[in-house]
Design a protein around this ligand. Structure first.
Ligand SMILES: Cc1cc2nc3c(=O)[nH]c(=O)nc-3n(C[C@H](O)[C@H](O)[C@H](O)COP(=O)(O)O)c2cc1C
Length: 273
């Protein structure tokens, strides 16, 4: 069933936007319909799907074309199971037809230098880590959009960073590379339908000329109500966004191990300077 632009916007923001003419096309239909899916069927993916998704991923822009990412297709059931446990027992990791681990990868650059018997003095800086993390995120998001365009569904798994050292070990990632997130890809189980999750109002995230948070709180209060309404419709605990932020970040314990990412990356060849 195709939706009009205003229906899409209504879903994305939880309320109607002021009517206005705006550019629209089928790509926007797809983007605005995004939702994460955590329940998948066993249906296998058509042959060639992985290659198509990777071609889409490699079509993303890449800082200086350094292409500082790799992806690990995890197939072995016991390895999948271990990753599911490391990610806080997210069972879909073990069950989904395709599970990818997206890796920020400076190690390939290092090998080029090693091959030519030289050094990369520019490599051991925090900006290189940012560069590789941005590159891999852009690539993965292209794969997500490509998957959705093929009728597939997905969910990112940032919880792989709960124990980044264990994942590095399990996947034998070389020094100078680390798992940024996983990605489950498969066909959504339509017996457990998901809905589009509303986002913050545009007025909260868009700033004109200079950053201003002056009138943000009122808009966020309205969003808190929208999100609670969304969760009610999903038969999930109704939590306001403001409370979610606090729940997720208030204490170090709620990072579930991610407070150790810095130390693990330092030990694995990254400099955070
Ligand atoms: C980098 C990243 C990591 C994420 N990690 C997880 C995860 O470990 N488990 C999970 O269930 N969802 C994860 N998500 C999905 C988010 O919870 C989801 O995108 C967010 O709630 C918005 O919902 P939507 O994608 O349905 O719009 C992650 C999303 C991103 C972008």
């Amino acid at each position: 069933m195709s939706l009009s632009p205003s229906e899409h916007l209504n879903n994305r923001y939880g309320h109607a936007l002021p009517p206005q003419e705006q550019p629209w096309n089928s790509v926007l239909d797809l983007l605005l319909a995004h939702r994460s899916v955590r329940d998948f069927t066993d249906r296998p993916l058509p042959p060639g799907t992985l290659e198509t998704l990777i071609a889409a991923a490699q079509s993303a822009a890449s800082s200086s074309n350094l292409q500082t990412w790799s992806v690990v297709v995890v197939e072995a059931p016991e390895r999948r199971q271990r990753l599911a446990e490391l990610a806080g027992n997210q069972a879909h990791i073990a069950k989904v037809p395709l599970f990818l681990v997206w890796v920020a990868d400076l190690s390939r650059l290092q090998r080029q230098a090693d091959d030519r018997g030289t050094q990369l003095q520019g490599l051991p800086y925090l900006d290189s880590l940012i560069l590789a993390s941005v590159d891999v995120a852009l690539a993965a998001q292209n794969a997500v959009v490509a998957a959705e365009s093929l009728g597939l569904a997905s969910v990112y798994i940032g919880a792989l960073r709960n124990d980044v050292a264990a994942v590095i070990d399990l996947l034998q990632l070389p020094a100078g590379s680390y798992p940024v997130f996983g990605l489950c890809v498969g066909y959504a189980d339509d017996s457990r339908p998901t809905a589009v999750k509303p986002r913050l109002p545009q007025s909260v995230v868009v700033h004109r000329d200079v950053y201003s948070s002056e009138r943000e709180q009122q808009a966020i209060e309205a969003y808190n109500d929208n999100l609670k309404h969304f969760y009610a419709g999903q038969q999930m605990p109704q939590i306001a966004w403001s409370d979610l932020v606090i729940k997720r970040m208030q204490q170090v314990e709620t990072l579930h191990g991610r407070e150790k990412v810095g130390g693990a990356l330092r030990a694995h060849g990254f400099s955070l300077e």
